[in-house]
Design a protein. Structure first.
Lengths: 112, 877
């Protein structure tokens, strides 16, 4: 399914942004915490996984499953990274958002 | 309790599907962190909140894609496609299985439908099990068609309390000439006595049935139509009541229409009913004339046995001549009376089909198991590549279902055509054939049974797949664990062989019976002989005209080009239904001793037309006319009975009040049937036998024509000739006598073909079974054979072992099969002619035949075994 020109849903966009922030080594825990920290709202791990699966369907992210960690009782992790397609989609959505926002900061009183 | 809440983990584990592992691990990681930061209670609280908040998104995700992307939704379709592809790779085996299943379902349904429709279904009358056939039989002559006298019927009607309705019908001579709407055609008309309508209680579609007035000898002439005749010939005319119609020269008024559609009885094609009530003094009203077939309806609560007992009392009391024996009363439910004669054949059919099916199913089982075996390696590979146990089971089940499904669909399509095929080859008309219908419930049941059976047979293969030992199976293919399979398969083959031996034995006996009866000399020459039924109207030819009429017709036909001889006779040999009553003759010099004979009136050239051999004396001639002294020819059997050891020429006998001189003896003719005993026959000239008092007995004759022309060509010429003499005479179609004789063989031929054909099928299937098992055995033990060959065993020895193994199986099959055959053939004793059920030649022949079959079937596998390449066998599979 091609995503050229397709809109990203809100949470999908946040997820891709979080991935852009995190870079390498992003996985369920770090992603969830990143979004929660930046947005200030609680984020359900289930929402993260469900949206990640949707993004993978669209070809915007890719998973890598790691070997179990070399510690006793070590677990394996499902790492996530953006695909080139995902980078492009993220750029497009972010650009569009910025364009729409330009000039509205005083009106909307956007603060950190 | 310091871990995450178990319920939450479980819930998430289920909702997350394939991601559950990582999702739960992530949550646990954070849980640990939180526990250290904020304590276990807060951590658990947080965990629970996460679980609850995650359910929504996870389930929403699941409803879009039930499980992991590349698997499930296509899975079912994929499996079916795969099953079909596999089936195409082994076309022979798959076809064999599908065809066997189709035939199994189709044949079982067909047989059951026939038995149900003919034997089991209730007759289409109200309370049909209360209707009975009432008769008295002469115990000395059990083969006679039972009929009662008019006086007896009246007496029973008055005095028998067991019946709430009783009536009779005249079973002789039903075809009558009907004239209506300017058409003249012959139809079956049933003559009935008063009370008959109450016995059957058919529905009236119009008008009324007969009242007592119509049963008076001088009463109004009425007729009641059958619904079929009314619909097809009169266009269901609503104003039919009150119209007149001419029945055999008598104008009758149509007083009603009865619904006899679907009624087998008295015959499926009865066009109409007319009342019969003889005048006192008429021969039909006498105490010696038996012509009525009596039917009755039992009073509620009265059993057939009780009615029979009462009837016996009445029969003992009935007035009779001192020389007449006491008759035995019988009361038979109508359905048994109608279908009794066909029950043995239908049961034979059912038994033979069931045995053949068992043989076929054993074959299918062997093939399915062999298939499952051959796939063990494939299944091992699938399992190694990650196929779950459930998927593999499902795959196998789907494959079996597809095969059974296709076979089932074919079987459904086959059921009705198989019934039609049976009806077409059945000799004559099968009673209640129109009541045969394919019950969808039976079809569904048959399909379900077959599907279950297929799965059951493949189940061991599926179980094997579950216990798959990857390493050994990938190396080995069919490993040592299949030894148990060998035993079971051997049992199947032996079972197959036993059943086949029994079936083939039965079939062979029936075939021998057929050839025995086909060899019988009918006593006359049926080739180049044709006949047609002529019917004159006595009203048109009063006085002595009838014999002259026929003499003239015969002369004209004789003069036609290509006709060698022509004659007329009242009855032809090998009738399909029982016609003609016997008469009694006695020697003039020994009155009081009666011999039962068949009485024939013939014209001069009868002997030459039939090519009946003249043994002594002279044939009849035109000189033996009505003014000349009464002469007759007799057959050898009569001479043996009445004049044993004496010269009959010149002797006289009395018959029907007249004295005749014997002037010639002719050879015996098989009148009643090719396998039935010969009776005494007397041939008298038509002109001398004719009686003006009862012209109707001479009005209908069979015209015999000996000519090399075929019947179709003769038909036109004969009609022409007859029309020239009497344009109003009814002429039946010209039929070949050879065909008539052939028809007499039809029942034996049918049985031989049926059981013989099924036996042949079983034979072939058994051969295939042996072949399959031998092939499989050789394949299984290829490595062992290879080693032995490498060690120097002669190829001949290996070959011999395979053959011996096949023979051992066959001997086991024969040991089981011969007692089975003996038991089975005893049941068909009634069908056998000139051969005994335990005929040793047949049994030995069948056994030897099967041994030869086993050798033949095992040839190819044996050769393959001897040709095994030892190196290749040892190295791999």
């Amino acid at each position: 399914m091609g995503t050229k020109g397709r809109h990203l849903a809100e949470f999908e966009l946040y997820l891709l942004l979080a991935l852009a922030h995190l870079g390498e080594g992003a996985y369920g825990v770090t992603i969830r915490r990143e979004i929660e920290r930046r947005s200030g709202r609680p984020v359900a791990i289930g929402a993260v996984y469900a949206t990640l699966a949707r993004l993978e369907d669209k070809g915007l992210v890719r998973f890598t499953i790691s070997e179990p960690l070399p510690v006793p009782g070590g677990r394996s992790r499902k790492y996530v990274r953006l695909t080139p397609s995902g980078e492009r989609a993220l750029k497009a959505s972010a650009t569009m958002l910025l364009r729409m926002l330009r000039g509205l900061e005083p009106r909307l009183a956007i603060t950190e | 309790m310091t871990g995450p809440p178990r319920w939450a983990s479980r819930l998430l584990g289920w909702a997350a599907g394939p991601d559950a592992r990582w999702l739960l691990a992530d949550l646990e990681e954070e849980f640990e962190l939180l526990r250290m930061e904020r304590g276990p209670a807060a951590a658990r609280h947080w965990y629970a909140a996460q679980a609850l908040r995650s359910i929504g998104p996870l389930l929403r995700r699941r409803s879009l894609r039930p499980s992991s992307p590349r698997k499930a939704p296509m899975a079912l379709g994929l499996d079916v496609r795969f099953a079909l592809r596999r089936a195409r790779r082994t076309p022979l085996v798959t076809t064999a299985i599908v065809v066997t299943i189709a035939l199994g379902i189709g044949a079982t349904t067909a047989v059951y439908s026939v038995v149900r429709g003919v034997l089991l279904k209730a007759l289409p009358y109200p309370d049909p099990d209360r209707i009975v056939r009432v008769m008295t039989i002469n115990p000395a002559r059990p083969g006679d068609l039972p009929s009662e006298t008019w006086l007896d019927l009246q007496a029973w009607h008055r005095e028998a309390g067991s019946f709430e309705a009783m009536g009779g019908l005249w079973e002789g001579g039903t075809m009558r000439t009907i004239t209506f709407d300017d058409r003249v055609q012959r139809f079956p008309v049933t003559a009935v006595t008063a009370g008959f309508a109450d016995v059957l209680r058919m529905t009236l579609l119009a008008g009324r049935t007969f009242t007592d007035a119509e049963f008076h000898p001088d009463g109004p002439r009425a007729v009641v139509l059958g619904a079929t005749f009314w619909r097809t010939q009169l266009g269901a005319d609503p104003g039919v009541v009150g119209r007149t119609i001419v029945v055999a020269d008598t104008v009758r008024e149509i007083i009603g229409v009865l619904d006899n559609e679907g009624s087998e009885f008295p015959s499926p094609s009865t066009a109409m009913w007319m009342p019969v009530a003889p005048r006192p003094g008429h021969w039909m009203a006498g105490g010696r004339s038996r012509w009525i077939a009596v039917y009755a309806r039992l009073r509620p609560g009265v059993t057939a046995e009780a009615a029979r007992a009462e009837l016996q009392v009445l029969a003992d009391r009935s007035p009779r001549e001192p020389d007449q024996p006491v008759r035995v009363a019988r009361v038979t439910p109508l359905v048994s009376y109608l279908t009794g004669p066909v029950r043995p054949v239908l049961l034979l059919l059912s038994a033979a089909v069931v045995v053949a099916l068992i043989v076929a199913c054993a074959n299918v089982a062997i093939l399915l198991m062999a298939q499952a075996e051959a796939r063990v390696r494939e299944l091992a590979v699938r399992s190694a590549l990650g196929g779950s146990r459930r998927r593999i089971n499902r795959l196998l089940a789907i494959e079996t279902m597809v095969t059974a499904g296709v076979g089932g669909l074919l079987g459904v399509a086959l059921a009705r055509p198989l019934v039609d095929l049976f009806l077409r080859f059945y000799p004559g008309r099968l009673v209640r054939a129109q009541d045969i219908s394919i019950d969808p419930m039976v079809l569904a049941g048959a399909i379900a049974a077959v599907a279950i059976a297929c799965v059951a047979v493949s189940w061991p293969g599926a179980r094997r797949a579950r216990r798959v030992n990857l390493v050994s199976d990938l190396k080995d293919g069919a490993g040592a664990a299949t030894a148990g399979r060998a035993g079971f398969r051997g049992v199947l083959v032996v079972l197959q062989l036993a059943m086949s031996v029994a079936l083939v034995s039965g079939g062979l006996l029936l075939v021998r019976s057929f050839t025995a009866i086909a060899r019988v000399d009918p006593g006359f020459e049926p080739r180049d002989l044709s006949y047609a039924i002529l019917s004159a109207s006595p009203a048109r030819h009063p006085g002595d005209r009838i014999p002259e009429l026929y003499a003239e017709i015969v002369e004209r036909v004789r003069a036609l080009p290509g006709v060698e001889h022509a004659a007329a006779v009242n009855y032809l040999p090998l009738p399909t239904s029982v016609v003609g009553w016997g008469s009694n003759a006695e020697r003039t010099d020994r009155p009081g001793v009666e011999y039962e004979i068949q009485y024939r009136h013939v014209t001069a050239e009868y002997l030459e037309s039939m090519r009946l051999p003249l043994r002594r004396g002279r044939p009849l001639s035109a000189a033996d006319g009505k003014a000349a002294p009464r002469v007759a020819l007799v057959n050898e059997t009569f001479v043996a009975q009445a004049f044993p050891g004496e010269d009959p020429l010149g002797r006289t006998f009395n018959l029907q009040g007249q004295t005749w001189e014997i002037v010639g003896v002719v050879g015996d003719m098989r009148y009643w049937g090719l396998a039935k005993p010969v009776m005494g026959e007397i041939y008298a000239p038509l002109s001398q036998a004719f009686s003006q008092q009862a012209p109707q007995f001479f009005a209908g004759q069979n015209l015999l024509v000996r000519s090399s022309h075929d019947p179709v060509a003769l038909d036109a010429m004969v009609r022409e000739a007859v029309r020239a003499v009497d344009p109003t005479m009814a002429v039946g179609g010209m039929t070949s006598m050879a065909e008539r004789v052939d028809r007499a063989l039809a029942p034996e031929r049918f049985r031989a073909m049926l059981v013989g054909g099924l036996g042949l099928l079983a034979l072939i299937l058994s051969g295939l079974g042996i072949y399959a098992v031998m092939t499989w055995t050789v394949a299984r033990r290829t490595r062992e054979i290879g080693i032995r060959l490498a060690l120097g065993a002669p190829a001949g020895r290996v070959r011999g072992e395979v053959l011996r193994s096949a023979l051992r199986l066959t001997v086991a099959g024969a040991v089981l099969g011969v007692p089975l055959a003996l038991a089975g053939t005893r049941l068909i004793r009634g069908f056998l002619i000139e051969v005994q059920p335990d005929d040793p030649i047949t049994l030995i022949g069948v056994t030897v035949g099967f041994l030869a079959l086993a050798l033949f079937a095992a040839l190819v596998p044996a050769r393959r075994a001897s040709r095994v390449n030892p190196l290749a066998a040892i190295r791999s599979e």
